[in-house]
Design a binder for this molecule. Sequence first.
Ligand code: DC
Length: 223
Amino acid sequence: MKSIIVAIDGPAGAGKSTVAKRLAKKLGYTYMDTGAMYRAFALKAARDGIDLENEDALRSALAATNIELYEDARGPKVILDGRDVAGEIRTPELSQAASKVSALKAVRERMVELQRAMGARGGIVAEGRDIGTVVFPKAEVKVFLTAGPDERARRRFAELKGNGKEVTLEETVAEMEQRDRRDREREHAPLRQAEDVIGIDSTGMSVDEIVEQIMKEIKKKTT
Ligand code: DC
């Protein structure tokens, strides 16, 4: 079977991670969580006390930052300067901070460079906001996954609660709306649908149904 690139873009809470992980497992492909890379860099900026509006300071920090993604038997790892930070990056604060740093051109250029190097040999399922439009515009299968705002907020809320975070549904809704607006309206690589994309509204759909629909498209490109 040919090894291809599967790109999954969409707003927060649309179900991208669950679907991308399942697809990668089914196909024996590498799962690439590009949001985790922006989150890891935001964590470094926060730790170093860098103002998220200070592009020069962020640019210097970036030059001294290494971020790698890989998986072992226990799950995906996000290695920031040699240390796994996967367990620290899923907080509402870092969601906002990641969204802020990801609006900067210098940050995007570096992350895209790392992502393309990781995906050079194909055989990946990458999820994010700009995978089909910027990172891998030639990806064989591109999906834009959305869901109604209530369902997205409920999913994000359940995920945060599951991780032991003290948040209310109202806070989750506000955080998500603000972040989506920023991700859609930014100047560099805003969240938008690629032209040759399969649009899936996952509201009311099960994970199995979504995965099955995408698998049909993958089969067309690989057999
Ligand atoms: O997918 P996520 O929620 O982990 O992403 C966190 C933030 O990172 C998101 O609000 C915008 C940014 N991001 C991006 O700009 N481009 C990507 N390919 C992935 C994430």
